[in-house]
Design a protein around this ligand. Sequence first.
Ligand code: KIV
Length: 297
Amino acid sequence: MPETRSTPVTVPAVRAAKRSNGHPPLVMVTAYDAPTARIVDAAGVDLILVGDSVAMVVLGYEDTLQVTVDDMAHHTAAVARTRPSALVVSDLPWMSYHVDAAETVRNAARLIRAGASAVKLEGGAKRLPMVRALLDAEIPVMGHLGLTPQSVHALGGFRVQGKTLDAARVIVDDAIALAEAGVFGIVLECVPDAVARMVTETVPVPTIGIGAGRHCDGQVLVFHDILGWEDRITPKFVRRYAEMQADATAALAQFAADVRDGSFPASPETFHAADGVTEALGLYGSSATASSATVDA
Ligand code: KIV
């Protein structure tokens, strides 16, 4: 079992967690509801991301564009109710921070009031006015560069970003701009490891990679990918540590078989009436209630 954490993880603690300062790599995993949050926190991760990936891995959409601030607040609140020690970061969904600064702050405040300690938003220099407005409102912000799934149509699909020198420079410049504005960390998604290394060595805040190689200050993966809850698409950068979909399907098939062949429920899984009641009902012989003493009514 992982060591239990004595104090909750804070934004300043994450901000300081550069590997170049001798800090071990940060671990961030997504969670979207109370049971997944409890599992992730019990595993001892540093950050729980209530990702807008909830759209794809929980709600059945093909991309992340369908989720709203209401959806994100609903899932954030479920995670936060478990009072995890890990820092809860909640994704600002598409179109919640694209119109103006006031609307951005109001939307982010909904996620903070739902229980997040920080919000994450996608994009670089063009998001700086929104980032500054959030920070002015005392809302900690995490950046997200590289493959930004909310830009799926503009990017022409879920593709590795920063493959050319010019594209790599834009990512490095965006990371510098976000760090100078005051973000406390930056997710780097699907970029070549050399680009992630350049960013990591350039900015003073931790980078957290997903499909960005081993040089980042931390790693993040989606809960359902790590545990094999879905096997429709397994991205190259995922390492699976369990086969939950296969195990769950086999377990449920066994339950169905047990119901159909009459072996479920068995006596220990049944509430039995007291001897006299059963006899008065005339349903069973008295031997049928022999195990009733071992089962709570
Ligand atoms: O929504 C999400 O799960 C994310 C991760 C991929 C970083 O943003």
